[in-house]
Design a protein around this ligand. Structure first.
Ligand code: ZN
Length: 269
């Protein structure tokens, strides 16, 4: 096993059998070259050494849980570099969805206490909080919803927070165009919100089927920041749905993440 910190190295080894067990079922591993999978493995080892995992509500964090969280988090930075996750260290894991109590002040100045169940949360400069039940769902080939990945979602917010609030505009690379990014995302977001509204109307008649036919999770219609996080989930998990629906968004994400999950799928023939 070898769960020890190698002297002088900020990396905790993940043995090959555990790595295979954790990663084999995931959609985003489809078509990945062995050399890239190997780099992901090493990056996940660094992630486990650098981040502090803590279970809450009686949850004990197992080596498998750490690998599942680390590997799904590091797929986002495989070509960006580990430094994109610097500046914070804590990962808090709940056994299931959690209900933080929040006070929200509405437009009329009225304070509401809300407690909606959440699968994950990312704090600016602070921890990432995850429901393990939702993390594990990505490996459950019978029950998962393709394109839903809470780890990718929350860590996409973390990347977006590199330049402040998670608003759907992460820091872009020098060779990218902020105008093209904005154009692609604004257009797709407006279109998607209209499609969700139309699907909502239809769903009242057909019992929700219309919402299932959307190319990405309708939660993306919440805000530009959520659209980026949900599009990132789809980019890695279901590029075959995202790319035809929103090719310009796919292209911007390809430039941003410096990966091409569609090409990986195509390589499978
Ligand atoms: Zn979110």
């Amino acid at each position: 096993m070898g769960w020890f910190r190698r002297h002088g190295e900020a990396s905790i080894p993940i043995d090959a059998a555990l790595w295979r067990k954790a990663t084999a079922p995931w959609l985003f591993m489809r078509g990945m070259l062995p050399v890239d999978a190997e780099r992901l493995h090493r990056l996940a080892e660094r992630f486990i050494a650098a981040k502090q995992f803590s279970g809450t509500h009686g949850l004990e964090i197992s080596p498998l849980m750490q690998v599942e969280i680390a590997a799904q988090a590091t797929i986002l930075v495989l070509e960006l570099g580990f430094e994109w996750y610097e500046g914070w260290s804590e990962i808090i894991v709940y056994p299931t969805q959690f209900m933080p109590e929040r006070e929200i002040v509405d437009e009329d100045g009225v304070v509401h206490l809300v407690n909606d169940p959440m699968a994950g949360e990312a704090w600016l400069g602070g921890p990432v909080i995850l429901s393990y039940e939702d993390v594990a769902l990505t490996a459950d080939e019978e029950n998962r919803v393709a394109g839903y990945n809470v780890v990718i979602h929350e860590f996409a917010h973390k990347l977006d927070m590199r330049n402040g609030d998670p608003n759907g505009s992460p820091p872009l690379h020098a060779e990218m165009s902020a105008m093209q990014w904005k154009h692609a995302f604004t257009h797709a977001y407006d279109d998607f919100c209209a499609r969700v509204d139309a699907a909502d109307d239809l769903a009242e008649r057909d019992g929700g089927i219309a919402l299932d036919a959307l190319p990405i999770d309708p939660y993306a219609a919440t805000s530009a920041g959520e659209f980026f996080a949900v599009a990132s989930e789809a980019f890695f998990e279901t590029p075959e749905l995202l790319q035809p629906a929103y090719p310009a968004v796919y292209e911007q994400l390809r430039l941003f993440y410096r990966q091409d999950p569609s090409a990986r799928l195509a390589s499978l023939g």
